[in-house]
Design a protein around this ligand. Structure first.
Ligand SMILES: Nc1nc2c(ncn2[C@@H]2O[C@H](COP(=O)(O)OP(=O)(O)OP(=O)(O)O)[C@@H](O)[C@H]2O)c(=O)[nH]1
Ligand SMILES: [Mg+2]
Length: 309
């Protein structure tokens, strides 16, 4: 085993930071490191926290981390920003908000801007989660803004997904995207100190009665005021109740089916000489060649002759 992998497994924070940079920047090195670490993974509780911008996700994650630390658990935090190609802005805000944990070696925080990432958000978060898992963190909290497909990918990765809603922001149930209702294992109504929290709770519960979750399991609804750390223990209790009953294996199978498909596609595409795909696309667009012949020809370029058929 490489020295870096050994140091990561032994919980060396500097090695962990270096490994995280390798995962972010250097695919080839990352692959061999993750191969070494993979047998050490599968132990952590992975908790996804998603919701609209400004709903209080970071404040909630911060409060959950404090509560877990009180229990003696170690915590890895990934703040994933799928909308930004830069590390800055909202993520800088997260850094300031979470600085209480920076002196604590039992908490590791990493912010990632994933737009334009090679392999996309799923690769970034999956690989970073594997790293933190191998490093022995008991719980991994993944914060991401709920936009489009991304939160569905996070839900596949997480053992338990928390969806954060806020009263009085048009977050009423009619406007909540169907996808979000389906991925939630636990609903948190944060900013319960604001008017309309009870009304929102009633609406969410009524909606859940009409459309129960997978296996007829109705997700619990917890009220929190993250800034005052109220409702945090209740949220953790709801997470743990869900985790006992959740279909973890089915979800994990789903995740790896998707990841393997992505990794295969990546490997095939990166073997094509530069510009080859564009040339083929131009040929097809101008009707010089049909797409079926083009694909056959491209495949023949990337797959060694003796592996075909
Ligand atoms: N009144 C009230 N304000 C809260 C509560 N929780 C968080 N806030 C405030 O809401 C604002 C946004 O909180 P964040 O934790 O940054 O929200 P976020 O969802 O992480 O935001 P993004 O990462 O930018 O999407 C901050 O000013 C918080 O202080 C709460 O329970 N009640
Ligand atoms: Mg945030």
């Amino acid at each position: 085993m490489s020295e870096l992998a050994e140091r990561v497994i032994s919980g060396d924070v500097r090695a962990l930071a270096r490994a995280a940079s390798i995962i972010e920047n250097r695919r080839d090195e990352a692959d061999s490191l993750l191969r070494e670490l993979f047998p050490r993974t599968g132990r952590a509780l992975v908790l996804g926290v998603t919701g609209a911008p400004g709903s209080g996700k970071s404040t909630l994650v911060d409060a959950l981390a404090s509560e877990l630390r009180r229990e003696g658990k170690t915590v890895g935090i990934l703040a994933v920003d799928p909308t930004s190609p830069f590390s800055g802005g909202a993520i800088l805000g997260d850094r300031i908000r979470m600085q209480a944990h920076y002196a604590d070696p039992g908490v590791f925080i990493r912010s990632m801007a994933t737009r334009g990432w090679l392999g996309g958000l799923a690769r970034a978060t999956t690989d970073m989660t594997l790293l933190l898992d191998a490093a022995g963190f008991d719980v991994i909290l993944i914060e991401t803004v709920g936009v489009g497909q991304d939160e569905v990918d996070i839900a596949r990765l997480a053992d338990v997904t928390i969806v954060v809603l806020v009263p009085g922001t048009g977050d009423d149930v009619q406007t909540i995207k169907a996808g979000i209702m389906e991925i939630a294992d636990v609903f948190v109504i944060n900013k319960a100190d604001l008017p309309g929290a009870q009304k929102l709770e009633r609406e969410v519960k009524a909606n859940l009665r009409l459309a129960p979750g997978p296996q007829d399991r109705t997700p619990p609804v917890v009220m929190t005021v993250a800034t005052e750390r109220s409702g945090i223990a209740e949220t953790l209790a709801a997470v743990r109740r869900h985790h006992k009953t959740s279909a973890r294996r089915a979800r994990s199978l789903d995740l790896w089916r998707m990841r393997l498909r992505e990794m295969l596609r990546e490997r095939v595409l990166e073997r094509l000489p530069l510009g080859e795909l564009d040339r083929a696309a131009a040929d097809v667009a101008e009707r010089r060649r049909d797409p079926y012949a083009a694909v056959q020809e491209l495949l023949e370029r990337v797959i060694p002759v003796d592996l075909r058929h």
